[in-house]
Design a binder for this molecule. Structure first.
Ligand code: SAH
Ligand code: SF4
Length: 394
């Protein structure tokens, strides 16, 4: 496996070049000021990197030779490296992205007519261990840098049809890949700012969505600095059930979470904002009519739309996907209760690119993966695929 994101050893006294790819407009302006340059240089740099996909200072012809030479000695533009690409028969494409030290995160592009949504990872693994999520079972290694997060967008555009294409392939970004975005707050805010900056990717705030499992204090922080669209992973209509599925609920129960979401919406300058409530339907666990009725009562008067996600199976889980009828019944109850309710279609499951199937390769600091693999091999799933058995056991 390549370790492209790790650096060659530096000579004593040699300064590590600064990676400019993940810097926001303000951060770049500050950096250029530290070199004695005017703030408009930041805009030029942003356009070269994010409009034209340029990663070589030599190509930046509207900057003088001396400045280009200076930049080359103190800075670099270094996206994470694509290691593998997998194409689903439904058009979904998944990239395995190397982030050094044997760690791999995954990025998924889901084309849909005129639009294409890019699902971006924020961490190597996830520490939160939701019971139905493959990423959680991989354990946790580290936060991605802002360059590694925005670098997934950069690489997806470059690799799909290039920066020169007439129409940009990525029209929407969802922070729904590996990791909990609010636990990597600064880097996620910087990267999403770049997605929405006109000198970056110029996406509207309605087309950049951050999904959280409910890190309540960080939602209040987010309200102060960001305008991204918010999705919240609810998955249960009461605390007893949510405690089982989403362990962070024991720290920040549903009432506190919904209050924080409402605060976030109230802080937004535009009206008609709603929270997307994500609800993964797991057969026999949270998909019964009584759950739907309880959910409708819970969310009455809450500014939201509901997105139902039929559970996507993976090898370390013994949950199963509900039948089409059970899903439809659940949808009907919510729809009749006047909620705008959608069912997320499963895309890319032949390449393990569907929601919750992203596992990457996580050199697990938490040893959680080893525990899950052991439990599964002792219990109900003796036939785990070989790569799962051998992967990431420290
Ligand atoms: N950590 C964030 C974002 C990543 S998960 C969060 O939890 O919101 C993105 C979405 O996929 C979440 O709603 C998550 O609950 C859902 N998901 C995770 N595992 C799943 C699975 N196996 N099947 C269906 N959806 C899943
Ligand atoms: Fe982490 Fe989200 Fe998966 Fe939960 S669902 S383990 S928060 S990535």
């Amino acid at each position: 496996m390549s370790e492209s994101a790790s650096q060659p050893p530096l000579n004593p006294g040699q300064v590590q070049p600064v990676n400019l790819l993940g810097m926001t407009r303000a951060q770049l302006a500050e950096f250029m000021a530290s070199l004695g340059e005017k703030p408009f240089r930041a805009q030029q740099l942003l356009k070269w990197m994010h409009h034209r996909g340029v990663d070589d200072f030599e190509e930046m012809t509207d900057m003088g030779k001396a400045l280009r030479a200076k930049l080359k000695t103190v800075a670099e533009i270094r996206p994470p490296e694509i290691l593998r690409q997998l194409d689903s028969k439904d058009g979904t494409r998944k990239w395995a992205i190397g982030v050094g030290g044997g760690n791999v995160v995954e990025t998924v592009l889901i084309p849909d007519g005129e639009r294409a949504t890019l699902c971006v990872s924020s961490q190597v693994g996830c520490s939160l261990d939701c019971s139905f999520c493959s990423t959680g079972k991989q354990g946790f290694q580290r936060d991605l840098t802002a360059a590694e997060i925005i670098g997934q967008v950069w690489q997806a555009i470059k690799s799909y049809d290039g920066f020169g294409a007439k129409k940009r392939i990525v029209t929407n970004v969802v922070m729904m890949g590996m990791g909990e975005p609010l636990l990597n707050f600064d880097n996620v805010v910087a990267a999403t700012d770049l997605m929405m900056d006109d000198f970056g990717y110029g996406l509207s705030k309605r087309r950049v969505t951050l999904s959280t499992s409910g890190v309540v204090p960080k939602l209040y922080d987010l309200a102060k600095v960001s305008q991204v669209s918010l999705a919240v992973s609810l998955h249960a209509p009461n605390d007893a059930l949510r405690n089982e599925l989403v362990p962070i609920n024991k720290r920040y129960p549903i009432a506190e979470l919904l209050e924080a979401c409402r605060h976030y919406i109230d802080c937004q300058p535009d009206i008609h904002r709603v929270v997307t409530v994500e609800y993964t339907l797991i057969a026999g666990v949270n998909d019964q009519p009584e759950h739907a009725h309880e959910l409708a009562a819970l969310l009455k008067d809450f500014p939201c739309k509901i997105n139902l996600i039929p559970f996507n199976p993976f090898s370390l889980s013994d949950y199963s996907r509900p039948s089409k009828n059970a899903t439809r019944r659940f949808w009907e109850i919510l729809t009749k209760a006047d909620f705008v309710t959608t069912v997320r279609t499963t895309r890319g499951d032949d390449i393990d690119a569907a929601c919750g199937q992203l596992a990457g390769e996580v050199v697990d600091r938490t040893r959680r993966n080893a525990r899950h693999v052991l439990r599964a091999s002792q219990g109900k799933q003796p036939g785990l695929p070989e790569e799962i058995k051998v992967m990431n056991i420290p």
